[in-house]
Design a protein around this ligand. Structure first.
Ligand code: GLA
Length: 490
């Protein structure tokens, strides 16, 4: 493997696919982390660098854990580790952001978590997951020390947490001299991240590991498959942060896990209905196992069966149990369990299973159509599909909030062809498809209408503050996936 020279613009160009004048900032970051490493770990030299990008999802929201495709791209915002193997099992982490305190632990299985919400848990998730999967030997594991830095806004739906898991995993593998197939690693890390408590799907880890510069990535799951979708110069995707935090390990966890459970219940109700209709036992693990493509052309009326089996009204736990001919306790044990071993508390307003189902199947179809539209350069169609996706996320999946809805409508008023929330939702960011020639004007208008307008007016809302507009609103440049390199001398 070629050693990385920190000032090598060729290497940086390959990673970030940006013109030379924009690369120096990255070079400076790499150098700054090397200095931090040397100050905090004076007993050793850094031996390798790891980089893992965040992502923006263009379309396909909450489809991944249902077995349907997604269409994200990697950002040129990433997590960096400058690291070296330890002498024993110690993992020692210093973060250049003083908000994240120094953390250390032993890479011995099982790895007990820090308190909920602690940044070190994302590193623990990777170490625990790789030990559990047997990729790193439980008896011979070597730890690492690392200086950690990042440019992905956190709790913003841009996958800073999964980038941290991926970077930590690559550092742990490098410290142990283990190589691994990237698809297999993406699967292992998707499971590993559930360590922090949310029942996430596999999109974030997969795109961070498998993306290529200049492309979006269509990802299909079970088994993991990817297709590169070239992005055209004339269309730019712009991310706007609503400034409403959506931390994966905290408030969003219940809301996210609830959607996962509602989809499991949809799968169960629909499997039962199809079995009853066809007389042949259909055992589906997830909604995609029940698509008409899977069941064959003999089963075109799936949507009607679903409407019948699920009904359009919210269902209580006991109503679901009755429909499944089970007891409420059996339903909880079978479908409502979370990673921490507790059942998801029943939502007081009932499970909204029909709406969740409708979002997932229509969203899955939109992913395929968006890939087609991007390939043929039909940007109006891309925008139209994004708008439909946002409406479905807002009304059927109920993962939007007033700030995301405001950003979407302002975006459309200010010249976007399409706009939608991106990521898990409940806060975080929107993504806007904007003709490249109008980007500068669009950014100006969004600043005036949202950041200087709406945010100033709605002072009672819990907005995060920011120093630099470019940290909360920026054009996305599709970067390449995660990597690690030995550090060159010099
Ligand atoms: C989070 C999860 C992903 C995916 C998105 C919603 O980012 O980690 O797996 O489910 O939410 O699309």
């Amino acid at each position: 493997m070629r050693p990385l020279q920190l000032d090598s613009s060729d290497v940086l160009h390959a990673l970030y696919n940006r013109p030379p004048r924009e690369l120096s900032a990255h070079g400076i970051r790499y150098e700054r982390l090397r200095q931090l490493f040397k100050t905090r770990f004076p007993e050793s030299d850094p031996k390798f660098i790891v980089r893992a990008p965040g992502r923006v999802n263009l379309i396909g929201e909450h489809t991944d854990y249902n077995g349907y495709p997604v269409l994200p791209m990697a950002l040129d915002r990433d997590i960096l580790f400058t690291a070296a193997p330890s002498n024993g099992t110690t993992v020692d982490l210093i973060n250049e952001n003083p908000q994240f305190e120094r953390r250390s632990f032993n890479a011995t299985f099982p790895v007990a978590p820090f308190e909920r919400g602690d940044w070190g848990n994302y590193v623990k998730a990777a170490v625990h997951g790789l030990l559990e999967a047997g990729l790193v030997s439980k008896s011979k594991a070597v730890g690492f020390h690392a200086a950690v830095g990042g440019t992905i806004p956190e709790s913003a739906g841009l996958s800073s947490s999964s980038a941290m898991v991926v970077a930590a995993a690559l550092a742990f593998l490098a410290a142990n001299g283990v190589e691994c197939d990237r698809n297999a690693l993406a699967d292992i890390l998707a499971r590993a991240e559930r360590y922090v408590g949310s029942e996430g799907g596999g999109m974030d880890q997969a795109v961070s590991l498998l993306a290529e510069a200049g492309h979006a990535l269509r990802i299909d799951f079970f088994p993991l498959r990817t297709e590169l979708v070239p992005l055209r110069q004339e269309l730019t995707f712009i991310v706007c942060n609503s400034l409403i935090r959506a931390p994966k390990s905290e408030s969003v966890r219940y809301a996210y896990n609830r959607r996962v459970v509602e989809c499991r219940l949809a799968t169960a109700l629909l499997s039962r209905a199809v079995t009853q209709r066809t007389g042949r036992t259909v055992k589906a693990e997830r909604l995609s196992d029940l698509s008409s493509a899977q069941l064959g052309p003999a089963y075109p009326e799936l949507g009607e069966t679903a409407r019948h089996a699920i009904g359009e009204r919210p269902l209580s736990l006991s109503a679901v149990a009755e429909l499944l001919a089970m007891t409420p306790r059996q339903v909880q044990r079978e479908y409502c369990m979370q990673r921490d071993g507790t059942p998801l508390p029943e939502p007081p307003d009932g499970f909204r299973i029909w709406n969740r189902y409708r979002h997932i199947v229509t969203e899955a179809a939109r992913v395929g159509l968006t890939v087609k539209a991007l390939k043929s350069g039909d940007n109006t169609e891309v925008g139209r599909l994004m708008n439909q996706s946002h409406a479905s996320c807002r009304d059927d999946y109920e993962i939007s909030c007033p700030e995301l809805d405001t950003l979407v409508s302002l975006g459309l008023e200010n010249g976007a062809l399409g706009a939608r929330l991106t990521g898990a939702g409940f806060g975080g960011c929107t993504v806007h498809a904007v003709p490249t020639e109008t980007v500068a004007e669009f950014l100006k208008k969004m600043d005036v209408s949202y950041y200087k307008g709406y945010v100033k007016r709605e002072q009672a809302r819990p907005f995060s503050s920011f120093n630099n507009l470019n940290d909360v609103m920026f054009s996305c440049h599709a970067a390449s996936g995660a990597d690690f390199w030995p550090v060159g001398e010099g």
